[in-house]
Design a protein around this ligand. Structure first.
Ligand SMILES: Nc1ncnc2c1ncn2[C@@H]1O[C@H](COP(=O)(O)OP(=O)(O)O)[C@@H](O)[C@H]1O
Ligand SMILES: [Mg+2]
Length: 366
C-alpha cells in the first residue's frame, strides 16, 4: 500500500531556532514547509541566516530548538550522508586530484553502488549538463562555468530527491550566471527535484523560484511567489530589498478599509493602500514602484493622484527613460518610463506633475 503522507510537506522546518554561542539567535522561530518538486529560494542580506538554515537541513549543523522533517521523518539525528541530499556550493569543492568522472563517481562509491551502475550514472549526469566529453579531465583544466556544471552534475548523480544550493553562481560572470540560472531551473523541474536555493541576488531569486522566502535578521519576512513579493510586499524591508522602490515619509491621517490617507512630511495628503498601518497618528513609509509613476498627462488613467515634482536628472537608457525627481523633499525619487513614440522627454529643472493609482502606493511600516 502506498505510504500515506501529508502530501504538502516534503521538507518541514517547525519552530526552528539556532544559536552558535548559546546566546544570540541567528535563526529565530523558523517555520517553513516545501511540497515535493518545489523550487524555493532563501533570499536575504549577508548574515541573515540563510546558510545556517541550509546547513541544518543538510545535517552539518544542528538546530538548538524545533524540528526539521524530511518526508514526514524527523532528521535531527540522521547524519548528513544518510539524508540523501545533493549539495552545490559557490566554491564547487571538486576534488583537484581526481578526474571529472572520478569526482562524479565518488558520491556513488560512498553509497556502495556497483561499478557498471556507477559508470552509467556518471555518463548520464555528465550528458545532463552537456559535459559528456570532459570525463577524463581534471577540474583545473575546466573553466569556472564548466566546474560549476560539474558540481551540479555531482549533486544530481545519485538522483537525490532534494538538492540544496548555496550561492552556486556567485563566482560566475553575469552572462554565464544567467545561462546557468536557466539550466538549473530547467533541470530541477524536468527531474522533479525539490530544491532549496540560497542567494542574496534578488533578480536571481525572482527569475528562478516558485516561491521566495525573504530573510532578514534570522526571520522570514515574507514567503511568497515572485510576483506577489514584488507587487505586494508585506513590509518596508521587503519593499526595499526586492526591486527598486521609492519611499515618502509621512503620518497616517485616516484608515478606511483598503484606503488610507497619509499626510506626507511636506504637508501634502495622499491616498494609499494600507499594508501594515492601522490607525491615525502612526508613522509610515509610503512605497511606490518607479514604473508605476506616470508624468505624461495623456497617459494618466482616470483616478490618479498627482503630486508636483522637479526634474533633477533625465537619463535615456534605450528601452526606458530613467528620471530622478525631487518629490515631497525626496531627491532620490526615481521613475521609469517606456521609450514609446509618444513619450515626452524631460529636462532638468522642469516642474512636472506626476501621478499614480492609489493601489500602487503602499503605506508600510516606518
Ligand atoms: N559556524 C559559525 N559559528 C558562529 N557564528 C556563525 C557561524 N556561521 C554563521 N554564523 C553567524 O550566524 C549569522 C548568520 O550567518 P549565515 O547563516 O552564514 O548567514 P547568510 O548565509 O544569510 O549570510 C551571522 O551573524 C554569522 O556571523
Ligand atoms: Mg551564506
Amino acid at each position: 500500500m502506498a505510504h500515506v503522507s501529508r502530501n504538502d510537506a516534503f521538507v518541514e522546518f517547525e519552530r526552528v531556532q539556532k544559536s552558535y554561542d548559546g546566546e544570540n539567535l541567528v535563526v529565530k522561530d523558523l517555520n517553513l514547509t516545501l511540497p515535493k518538486g518545489e523550487f524555493l529560494t532563501m533570499l536575504g542580506p549577508s548574515g541573515s541566516g540563510k546558510t545556517t538554515c541550509l546547513m541544518m537541513l543538510a545535517g552539518f549543523e544542528t538546530a538548538t530548538h524545533g524540528d526539521i522533517r524530511l518526508d514526514g521523518v524527523s532528521i535531527n539525528h540522521i547524519p548528513p550522508h544518510k539524508r540523501g541530499i545533493g549539495m552545490v556550493f559557490q566554491n564547487y569543492a571538486l576534488f583537484p586530484h581526481m578526474t571529472i568522472a572520478e569526482n562524479l563517481s565518488f558520491p556513488l562509491e560512498v553509497r556502495n553502488i556497483g561499478k557498471s551502475d556507477r559508470e552509467e550514472k556518471v555518463k548520464r549526469a555528465l550528458d545532463m549538463v552537456e559535459m559528456g566529453a570532459f570525463g577524463g579531465r581534471r577540474p583545473s583544466q575546466l573553466s569556472g562555468g564548466q566546474q560549476q556544471r560539474i558540481a551540479l552534475a555531482r549533486a544530481l548523480v545519485f538522483e537525490p530527491e532534494l538538492v540544496l544550493m548555496d550561492e552556486p553562481l556567485g563566482a560566475l560572470d553575469k552572462q554565464l550566471r544567467e545561462k546557468m540560472q536557466f539550466e538549473i531551473t530547467r533541470l530541477a523541474h524536468n527531474l522533479g527535484i525539490t530544491t532549496v536555493y540560497v542567494t542574496h541576488d534578488q533578480t536571481e531569486a525572482l527569475t528562478m523560484s516558485d516561491r521566495v522566502a525573504v530573510f532578514n535578521d534570522g526571520r522570514i519576512q515574507q514567503l511568497a511567489p515572485p510576483t506577489e513579493l514584488y507587487e505586494s510586499p508585506v513590509n518596508s524591508f521587503v519593499a526595499q530589498f526586492i526591486g527598486e522602490n521609492n519611499t515618502l515619509e509621512g503620518t497616517v491621517a485616516e484608515v478606511n478599509g483598503n484606503r488610507a490617507l497619509v499626510k506626507l512630511d511636506d504637508g501634502e495628503v495622499i491616498d494609499c493602500k494600507p499594508v501594515n498601518v492601522s490607525k491615525p497618528g502612526e508613522r509610515t513609509r509610503v512605497s511606490i514602484r518607479p514604473e508605476r509613476v506616470e508624468y505624461n498627462k495623456d497617459r494618466m488613467q482616470e483616478g490618479v493622484h498627482t503630486l508636483q515634482a522637479e526634474v533633477l536628472e533625465f537619463i535615456y537608457m534605450g528601452d526606458i527613460f530613467r528620471t530622478r525627481l525631487r518629490v515631497a523633499g525626496n531627491d532620490e525619487f526615481i521613475i521609469k518610463t517606456r521609450n514609446a513614440p509618444d513619450q515626452v522627454r524631460l529636462e532638468p529643472g522642469q516642474q512636472i506633475d506626476i501621478g499614480w493609482m492609489p493601489e500602487d502606493c503602499h503605506a508600510l511600516d516606518a
